[in-house]
Design a protein. Structure first.
Length: 247
């Protein structure tokens, strides 16, 4: 195989013997780049070299498979945490929108089993005092985007539906029976719940099949994305009927 003046190969791959020697050398003395820090100039050159390059679907699939079930050690996590401490990412709006889209796609691909695993893994988890202090400091001086926006100006305004009266059937006895039926458990987060929620958001429809128990926090969440929540609760009721018929 041809070499240039500096002894480098001109075309093709290295001979098998050279590759074996290189592997043996790396195993004995370690990889040459391990622990080596690149200069800013070198980094810029590498960045420009890779600009516009796109990975093929086959390569992406291989990378995805290689990272599946990969466990990151606690030592590596600590190193990453120290390296990123105090650094802020100045991402462009385009990149942020792409990230949001990717997160949405990933959530859509998740199965019910995955969501259940995530939910169970987070039950009982509490922030430490240190984390709470960090969150508190990061929010100092920052006012919420919707502060002071009420009534018709609010994005959740539904033409004053909250001021409409309930039907005659909306009694303390009915609410108590729904709480007892659902065992005072929120049907979203499975924590303790007391709020009786109308699935179709119609206050006059007090049919027990249209009522469900939620906690304060989850009840507030259901004010947004109402169509999604309607479908979610309908599926729950359907599953409940199937279980009831089996028993």
């Amino acid at each position: 195989m041809e070499r240039d003046k500096k002894g480098r190969f001109v075309k093709g791959h290295r001979p098998l013997g050279d590759v074996k020697k290189m592997i043996e050398h790396n195993e004995k003395y370690g990889y040459w780049a391990k622990g080596k820090k690149l200069s800013n100039e070198h980094r810029i050159k590498l960045s420009e070299l890779h600009k516009g390059k796109k990975l093929s679907e086959e390569t992406k699939e291989k990378m995805s498979k290689s990272h599946k079930n990969k466990i990151v050690s606690q030592q590596t996590r600590e190193k990453l945490s120290r390296a990123l401490k105090g650094k802020k990412r100045n991402l462009s709006i385009e990149i942020r929108n792409k990230l949001k889209e990717n997160i949405k796609k990933a959530n859509m691909m998740r199965t019910k089993e995955t969501f259940e695993k995530i939910r169970l893994a987070n039950i009982g988890r509490k922030h430490t005092k240190e984390t709470k202090d960090k969150i508190s400091k990061s929010h100092l001086g920052i006012s919420t985007w919707n502060k002071g926006i009420i009534g018709e100006k609010a994005h959740t305004w539904k033409g004053g539906l909250s001021f409409e009266p309930y039907s005659i059937d909306w009694t303390k006895t009915l609410k108590k029976s729904i709480r007892e039926r659902d065992k005072y458990i929120c049907q979203i987060c499975k924590n303790e719940g007391y709020d009786v929620h109308h699935i179709d958001y119609n206050k006059k429809n007090c049919n027990p099949d249209n009522l469900i128990i939620l906690c304060k926090r989850c009840h507030g969440k259901t004010n947004a994305n109402r169509n999604n929540w309607k479908e979610y609760f309908k599926r729950q009721i359907k599953n409940r009927w199937i279980e009831w018929k089996k028993n």
